[in-house]
Design a binder for this molecule. Structure first.
Ligand SMILES: C[S@@+](CC[C@H](N)C(=O)[O-])C[C@H]1O[C@@H](n2cnc3c(N)ncnc32)[C@H](O)[C@@H]1O
Length: 241
C-alpha cells in the first residue's frame, strides 16, 4: 500500500470517528451541540473566507463553538506567521479532541503556542485580546434571545475596528420548528431570528447560501464600522428579548 493510500485511509477513519463523536455528543445534549454532524468542507471554507481575504497578515482569530474541529481544520493552514487562534468550546470532550487536532496538525510544527483551546463558553472567555476575525459555530436557533444578544454584543466588543464576524444558520429550521416544536419554542426561535435581523440590518456585509452542506446553511458576514466595534452594549433597534 502506498503512502497516499495509507494517509487517505487515516483521514477517512478520523472523519468517521469524528462523525460518531459528534452524534454521541448530540445525543447527550442536542440543545448545546446544535447539530448531529460536523459542518462540511464548503461551509467551513465560506465561514473562514475573511481570514483568506487577509492572507499573509498576522491576525488574531477567535473561533467559538468548534465541535470536532471541522472549521478549525480549515483555519489552521491559514495562520500566517505572527497569527494567533483562540478557540472557545463549551463541551470539554470536544475541547480535548481539538487540542489533539491542533497538536497533530502538520503545519503547526512546534508552534502550538499560537493556538489556545479554551474549554469554556465564549461568554466567559477573557483573553485580553481583540480579534480581526471571529468565526462562530454556535447554535443560535437553540438559544434564548437574551443569550444571543449577550453573545453578539460580546463578539462586537471583541472585534478590532474593521474586524469581521461570520456565523451560520441552517436553512429550514424555523419551518421545522413551527411544525414540530411547541408554540413557546417556535415563538422563541422567531424572536431570535428577529433579533439577528436587527444585527444584519446594521452590520451585514455579506450573506451566502451553502447548498453543499447537510443540511444546507446560510452564512452571514458582519463587519461593524470602526466606531461601533470594541464598544460594548450598543442597542439593536427592534430587538426582541
Ligand atoms: C453546531 S456545533 C458546530 C461545530 C463546528 N463548528 C462545526 O461547524 O462542525 C456547535 C458547537 O458549539 C458549542 N457550543 C455551544 N454553546 C457554546 C458556547 N456558549 N460557547 C462555546 N461553545 C459552545 C457546542 O459544544 C458545539 O461544539
Amino acid at each position: 500500500m502506498d503512502n497516499w493510500t495509507t494517509s487517505h485511509d487515516r483521514v477517512l477513519a478520523q472523519r468517521h470517528a469524528e462523525g460518531w463523536m459528534f452524534l454521541i455528543e448530540a445525543g447527550r445534549d442536542l440543545g448545546t451541540t446544535g447539530a448531529v454532524a460536523p459542518s462540511g468542507v464548503a461551509l467551513a471554507r465560506t465561514l473562514t473566507d475573511p481570514v483568506r481575504a487577509r492572507a499573509g497578515r498576522p491576525l488574531n482569530i477567535l473561533e467559538a463553538g468548534a465541535g470536532t474541529g471541522a472549521v478549525t481544520r480549515s483555519l489552521l493552514p491559514l495562520l500566517s506567521p505572527g497569527s494567533r487562534l483562540d478557540v472557545a468550546e463549551a463541551n470539554p470532550r470536544f475541547a480535548s479532541r481539538l487540542r489533539q487536532l491542533a497538536a497533530a496538525h502538520p503545519r503547526m510544527g512546534g508552534r502550538e503556542e499560537r493556538i489556545r483551546i479554551h474549554p469554556r463558553r465564549v461568554e466567559e472567555l477573557d483573553t485580553g485580546r481583540h480579534y480581526d476575525v471571529i468565526v462562530s459555530g454556535l447554535p443560535f436557533a437553540n438559544f434564548t434571545p437574551h443569550q444571543v444578544e449577550t453573545i453578539m454584543d460580546r463578539y462586537l466588543e471583541l472585534l478590532h475596528p474593521g474586524g469581521t464576524l461570520t456565523y451560520f444558520a441552517y436553512l429550514g429550521t424555523r419551518q421545522a420548528r413551527s411544525l414540530l416544536a411547541s408554540r413557546a419554542r417556535a415563538r422563541r426561535h422567531r424572536a431570535v431570528e428577529d433579533l439577528l435581523t436587527g444585527y444584519h440590518r446594521q452590520y451585514a456585509t455579506g450573506c451566502w447560501t451553502v447548498w453543499a452542506n447537510l443540511p444546507p446553511a446560510k452564512v452571514w458576514q458582519l463587519t461593524p464600522p470602526a466606531s461601533t466595534a470594541s464598544r460594548p452594549g450598543h442597542a439593536v433597534a427592534g430587538a426582541a428579548r
